[in-house]
Structure formats: C-alpha cells, structure tokens
Design a protein around this ligand. Sequence first.
Ligand SMILES: Nc1nc2c(ncn2[C@@H]2O[C@H](COP(=O)(O)OP(=O)(O)O)[C@@H](O)[C@H]2O)c(=O)[nH]1
Ligand SMILES: [Mg+2]
Length: 442
Amino acid sequence: MPVLEGLGSSLRSLMDKITRQPDLNEKLVGEIVNELEKALIRADVNIYNVKALGEEVRKRLLEEEPPSGVPRRDYAVKVIYDQLVALLGGERSQLSWPEKDRLHVVLLVGLQGSGKTTTAAKIASFYMRRGYRAGLVAADTHRPGAKEQLIQLGAKIGAPVYSRGDKPDEIARAGVEELRKAGCNIVIVDTAGRHKEEKSLLDEMAQIQTKLKPDEVYLVVDATIGQQAKAQAEAFSKVAKVGSIAVTKLDGSAKGGGALSAAAATGARIRFIGVGEGIDDLEAFEPRSFISRLLGMGDLQSLLEKVKEAQISEKQMQEIVTTGRFTLVDFEYYLESMSKMGPLSKVLTMLPGVASLPSEVTKGAEDDLKKFRVILKSMTRKEKVDPSLINASRIRRIAIGSGRRPEEVRMLIKRYELMRNQMKQLKRNRAMLRKLGVFGAQ
Ligand SMILES: Nc1nc2c(ncn2[C@@H]2O[C@H](COP(=O)(O)OP(=O)(O)O)[C@@H](O)[C@H]2O)c(=O)[nH]1
Ligand SMILES: [Mg+2]
C-alpha cells in the first residue's frame, strides 16, 4: 500500500493545478493555500501548524519575486515544497551512521503495539545490510511471548539475541555487555510498552536509561495515532532523551501526515518510517525525498534545480550591479544561461524592458549567441577576466581557434562592451535592474 495515499493524491492534484496556471493572482493564491490547508488537515496535521504553513506560503507567493527566468507557477511549486520539507524536519540530515569500530547502543521506547519489537529487528537488518554487526536485546518482561517474538525475528535476519534474566535494566546491561564481547557494533534494546499504569512504565524506562546510558534513544510511534504522537513523545521525553524517532505503520494510515509533522516538531529526528509488516518494510527517512515522492512530479527535481540556478545567477547579477564589474566571464555565463532558457528571440520578446535595449543587442541575437559561445571557448581565462588584454594578435588567434572571422571576434567584444556600459549605468540606477530584465524571461 502506498504511503500517505490520500495526502499524496491531494497534493499532486494541487501541483497539477498550479502548473497549469499561466500566472498566479491573489485569488488563485488564496485557492491554492486553501486546498493545501485542507489536504494537510485531512492528514491530521495539527491545525496550528497547518495555519502557520498556509500563512507562510501565502506570504511568500504574494510577496516574493521569483528569480528571473522562473515562471511564477514553478516558483509556487518550489515554495510549497520548501514549506512541506520544513514541516517534516527540514533539510538537516535524518540518518545516523554510527562508527563501526565501537559499540553503538540503541534503546527503543514506545507504547505496546506501536511496533517496537518489529522495528528493532527491522533496524538491525537495515544496518546489517550496510555492513554493521547488529545484535538485539529482549528487555520486555511484561508482554507474554515478547522475548520469543524477538528471538524469532533475530533468527530470521541472522542477528544474535540476548534474552536472559527477568529484570529489564539488568537484561539490558548484561545483554549489551555480552553482545559487545560477541563483536557487535550496534545493539538494539527492545523494551516493554505496557504497564498497569503509565507511571510505572515511564519509571522503568528511566531506570533502563540510567543504567544503560545508550548512545541513542528511539521513540517508536504508530502513525495511526496522528498528531497525538506529540503527547506520546512528550511523555517519553520526560524520562529519556529521545533523539530519534521511528514512525511505523505509515502504510495505510490516513493520519500519517499528522504523526510525521508532530514527530518532527519534537526536534528529534525521524530516522525511519515503517511501511509494512515485513522486515524490509523500513525506509530511511529524508524529508526532501519523501516530499518529492509525495508530490510525485517526475520533473520536480529539474524544476527545483532550475529555480536554484536562477537564484544563483540573480545573485551574481546583483553583485555585478553593486560592484559595476562585468567581465567576459560574466558575459559568457549569461550567454550560457540565456541559451538554456529556450529560443532567444522568444525570450527577448517577452521581456518588459526590451525597448530600452539598443537594437544592436537584440538584432540577430539568436545567431550571434551561438557564434559568441564558440568564440568565447577559444579565449583564455586571463583574457576573459581582463578583456583589455585582447589586442589584434590575440584576436587573430581566437578567430583561428574558434573557426570564426576576426570581425566576428571584434563584434563580440563590442557587444560585450555595450553590455558592460549598460551594467555601469545600472550601477548608477539600480532601480532599472528589473525594468531592463536583460536576463529574465517571464
Ligand atoms: N502495516 C504495518 N504493520 C506494522 C508495522 N510495524 C509493526 N507492525 C505491526 O504492528 C503489530 C505490533 O508490532 P510489535 O512490534 O509487536 O509492537 P510492540 O508491541 O511495540 O513491540 C504487529 O502486528 C506488527 O506486524 C508497519 O510499519 N506497518
Ligand atoms: Mg514488543
């Protein structure tokens, strides 16, 4: 069963709708935010988080100017992607790769039925497939058959299981010692999830943690509880330093969005998600790839890449305008980015400020662009950085090297100088930057 099916399909139809808009106005932005909020609420994301996200998206879509060359609709997709990634924990890496030359001790906590025992084996198997020597400790002395369940799972994946003793903290400590001697470099301690009362369960966890001093405490939460994951995380955080979270049963849970966002909001990292009952149904969690997959756009990566590139070139542009320094290196860079934007003649006609460009710049621009790119490749880096070096003999050499005529090399230099002068003017009048829009489509 696909993960977060409902949320995924709502988001995908929203993305579809956005990318079909020629432009976005305030009304459309309102509709988009509305639909986005509805989809998240249906997935049980906390209403306050939904409203905050909605407001942020609305503000960014109305106030932020997309970088040059990026249509507003593509930028909207990028903004929504960003905010959803932030909702699930942001860009920081979620994975944990313990060193292999020392023992890494993992303590799993969570309520009964959340999937702890299954997840203990899944995590062990995950690390074993990546070259770790994993061991398991069965420290659940409350649930009948709990030890047996872990022993069976251990046998299935070929991991040693320690289960002797009847005091949880003693089992945990002795188990870790024995598995260390057996050569394990990662040990996962499974614990109980139910007591007569919550307090005694939490006391037991506190006691194990004190005795064991684990490197990592994992909370295992069941996605079907949705945003209540927050309360669970808070309860366990009182007695143990929960730094990692595994969210289980994301397959087929309609509330997974709520569970994931609540887990992310605790500040702990969602390292894994459980997506089925099988040992292999565990995925390392990364907000970025998770959201990309949820949005299901095959070309999402290239769209994001395009926006990023445009943002970089915009930054360079600003730098040129601020410093007034514009070399052939910059000229080449912009010719390259222009050629990526599609037929130049089309790009130029779309520009609001074309009328303010000398006709020489626009005339035959398409052909010139191709020629210029070839010629520039025959120049040395030194010449591009300091074009004043380019004298008659250098022009001859560049012409021969690129298979063009010396007049064409001179034309390029003239064109470059024209543009450089424009840049100098821009420096004097920065407000003209947008109006000119030399390098921006849209
Ligand atoms: N569909 C699904 N079932 C799961 C997942 N993880 C655990 N389970 C099931 O949840 C039930 C409880 O799991 P268990 O590991 O015994 O939970 P514990 O009481 O916390 O140790 C078992 O039937 C598991 O097969 C998951 O990611 N997806
Ligand atoms: Mg269990």
